[in-house]
Write a protein that binds this ligand. Structure first.
Ligand code: SF4
Length: 737
């Protein structure tokens, strides 16, 4: 479009949405992927702003002073001055002792007051522990062990934060919410810290503007409350989540002027009075335009009915009758559609959270407008717009004969196998395996547990995966997280000799420190992709479970780690299977436990058995580990020579039955664990899984790559994810019988 109209600047383009909060994220993601600067207007951007998140989180923590999560999120923000390292230690300590975080913080306050009551008075007043202050422990207790690892500055910061918090808790009893918000920002020092941050003037200006909108939102909440109840609300008068109320109260109706050359993303309300050269109105769908009639965002039905009956002259700003509501929605649709000077695109999807389809306003606005249906199999991407391999692949597969040389050259430049993708019978007949029998472009040259599992999902999916000219799925966030967790666990067990001999508290401290060393790097890598705080919380919770588990009592005898990330080479039916075992544990008597870490949610034992060894098994990973232990070689060609006693799946994410979920398959004789934790394998189970592996290899060698998807995640016939090749597979979603 910019080549058609070179005079256009980025700021001449606008994306206009009903709500930037609910609908903005995919557009922001796409603009980021394309490297196009953009500006989001409205509460959507405000709510994501770090300063606003801090303020709302802090107010929530004052509203619910005993809620550990709220306290944690308030203290963990860099604007609070305490810092994530201190919080992580407190959290780990609280969790180990199954105590609320608030209690752990109180304990530190008592310890500090006992150390030096002048310097560290109790934030809530009263005497230091020695003086038997009300609520203080009855006798002097030893300091929490982790305090030795906190520097004087960290302890000072925590004490300062708790003193301010106590003061603010007192103020929350008298100050209305907006004034309290100012007090939080000033007394907590957040504003000072914001000014100290190294930000460009624009970024700082933007952060302050977001903060202003949040406070204006609080002021509108106050205004409504005052009209209703005759007084401004205290924090305790607010019901429901503060963030939801703010989103409802945010003034998304003000015209938004762009401040820099960037694509503008805004709400329809904000677009009032503005014009752009090119406008994309997205979400013109049934259910979104018009929205269902709904009550006023700040008044519930009873309040509203009362006001209408008793307040003379009360004029609700929100239409109450269905016709009035529809007319208001139609006016809004008109606003959206009349913002473009040169070109307007209006789009909708077939489904959002529920079935949608086109908005009735579209037919009313222009019944003869040009309509294009873009589905998975068809695209109107112009050749020069093809930016990503995935888009090019869909385009080539959907229009194999109607593409210009320029498009084909562009696609080839992206590394795609254009000949294969444009050949109407590509991939047929299915190609047999073996040196000169393979088509030059398909490389079936190594087997691994993952690729054999792909074959069991759908042979054709396996075949596509081995075609170098097809796009590969980018690594998902879950895969990145999984990789990071493996990296940390590897470090834990490679240095087992350093922490294993320590007392359990010190073991935990050692492991916590190792985790912290890895965490900063990972979070910086993922910056911009993930919400840093939420991600930190997730990985800490997973690894916290793991640490708690390995330093606690074990279900079976585990004497130590024999190998981590152990690569193996296994010869089976003339092919080499290469893989890596996460960890091998010594369980005594010359036997081992093979451990595979699962970073997702766990499976109950009976499902795990069905998946790995049952009659319908479709995951051969544990079976291959078993074979590798007995017959595999390492990278130097030496036999692994392990005698497997247990094949275990560990799920650090899941804490069940008082421990980390572990599905333990015992070989030979049972260990006598509960049946939800252990399943003894029979000779038949092991033979069956071996037969499945051998059969898959044999079929691959025989050239059997027919589409036969099973209802498993990652294929075209399941609700859980989809096949990455569905766009080019002529059988996608409807394989032959
Ligand atoms: S689209 Fe379906 S049939 Fe085709 S490769 Fe994928 S899973 Fe197999």
């Amino acid at each position: 479009m910019r080549s058609e109209w070179p005079d256009l600047k980025l700021t001449d383009f606008a994306i206009v949405l009903r709500s930037t909060t609910a609908l903005g994220a995919p557009f922001e993601e796409a603009l980021r992927a394309l490297g196009l600067p953009y500006e989001v207007r409205g509460w959507g951007a405000t709510a994501r702003n770090e300063v606003v998140r801090f303020l709302v989180g802090y107010l929530e923590s004052l509203r619910r002073p005993d809620d550990s999560e709220a306290l944690e999120s308030a203290l963990a923000s860099s604007l609070c001055g305490v810092g994530p390292r201190t919080i992580s230690r407190l959290r780990a300590y609280a969790r180990e002792r199954s105590r609320p975080l608030k209690k752990a913080v109180d304990r530190v306050m008592y310890s500090l007051a006992a150390r030096d009551p002048e310097r560290y008075p109790l934030p809530w007043g009263g005497d230091a522990p020695a003086g038997r202050a009300e609520g203080a422990p009855q006798e002097a207790r030893p300091e929490a062990d982790f305090m030795a690892f906190l520097g004087a500055e960290e302890l000072d910061a925590l004490h300062r934060a708790m003193v301010v918090r106590e003061r603010l808790l007192g103020r929350a009893r008298t100050l209305p919410v907006a004034s309290l918000a100012y007090a939080v920002l000033i007394e907590e020092g957040a504003i000072g810290r914001l000014l100290d941050l190294e930000l460009s003037p624009e970024q700082r200006e933007e952060a302050i503007a977001h903060l202003r909108s949040a406070i204006e939102g609080l002021e509108s909440i106050e205004l409504v409350h005052e009209r209703m109840h005759g007084a401004k609300p205290l924090l305790a008068d607010i019901t429901g989540s503060l963030e939801t109320l703010l989103a409802a109260a945010a003034d998304d109706t003000e015209a938004a002027a762009g401040s820099r050359d960037a694509v503008q993303v805004m709400t329809v309300h904000q677009a009032k009075g503005l014009e752009f050269e090119v406008v994309f109105c997205a979400g013109f769908a049934h259910g979104l335009f018009p929205l269902d009639a709904k009550p006023h965002p700040l008044l519930d039905a009873d309040d509203r009915a009362w006001l209408e009956r008793f307040k003379v002259g009360f004029m609700p700003s929100w239409p109450s009758d269905p016709d009035g509501h529809l007319a208001e929605e139609a006016r809004l649709a008109f606003v959206a559609m009349t913002r473009a000077r040169r070109r307007l695109y209006v789009s909708y999807a077939d489904g959002y959270l529920r079935q949608a389809g086109r908005s009735v306003f579209l037919d009313m606005a222009d019944p003869v407008a040009e309509v294009h249906e873009l589905t998975r199999a068809s695209s109107r991407l112009a050749p020069e717009d093809v930016l990503l391999g995935r888009e090019a692949e869909v385009l080539l597969a959907a229009h194999p004969t109607a593409l210009s040389e320029a498009t084909l050259a562009r696609a080839a430049g992206l590394g795609l196998d254009v000949g294969f993708l444009t050949d109407p019978i590509s991939g047929e007949p299915f190609e047999p395996y073996g040196d000169d029998r393979n088509p030059a472009t398909v490389e079936i040259d190594h087997f691994s547990p993952t690729t054999l599992n792909d074959y069991l999902k759908c042979p054709r999916l396996y075949w596509y995966n081995h075609h170098p000219g097809l796009v590969e799925e980018p690594r998902s966030v879950a895969m990145e997280r999984g990789g990071f967790l493996h990296e940390v666990l590897q470090d834990f067990h490679e240095h087992e000799s350093e922490w294993h001999p320590l007392e359990s508290d010190q073991q935990r401290q050692w492991l916590e420190d190792a985790l912290q060393r890895h965490l900063d790097g990972y979070l910086s890598r993922m910056e911009g992709v993930l919400d840093r705080k939420r991600e930190e919380k997730q990985v800490r919770s997973v690894l916290g479970n793991y640490i708690r588990s390995i330093t606690g009592m074990q279900f079976i005898r585990r004497l130590g780690t024999l190998a981590v990330e152990k690569r193996f080479h296994l010869q089976l039916d003339g092919v080499e299977v290469v893989g890596k075992i996460d960890r091998v544990n010594d369980v005594g008597d010359g036997e081992v436990e093979v451990v595979d870490y699962k970073t997702g949610s766990g499976k109950p034992m009976r499902f795990a058995y069905e998946m790995y060894f049952g009659p319908e098994l479709h995951d051969v990973q544990l079976a291959l580990y078993y074979l590798a232990c007995k017959d595999g070689l390492d990278d130097e060609g030496k036999p692994l020579g392990f005698q497997p006693r247990f094949l275990s799946l560990w799920y650090p994410k899941d804490w069940v039955w008082g421990g980390m979920r572990q599905d333990i398959f015992s070989v030979g004789r049972p260990a006598g664990l509960k049946e939800y934790r252990e399943k003894p394998l029979t000779t038949e189970d092991l033979e069956r899984s071996r037969a499945v592996v051998m059969n898959a290899i044999e079929r691959i060698k025989g050239g059997h790559f027919e589409p036969a998807p099973r209802e498993l995640p990652g294929t075209c016939v399941t609700r859980f994810g989809s096949c990455p090749h569905a766009a080019i597979c002529s059988y996608g979603g409807a394989p032959p019988e």
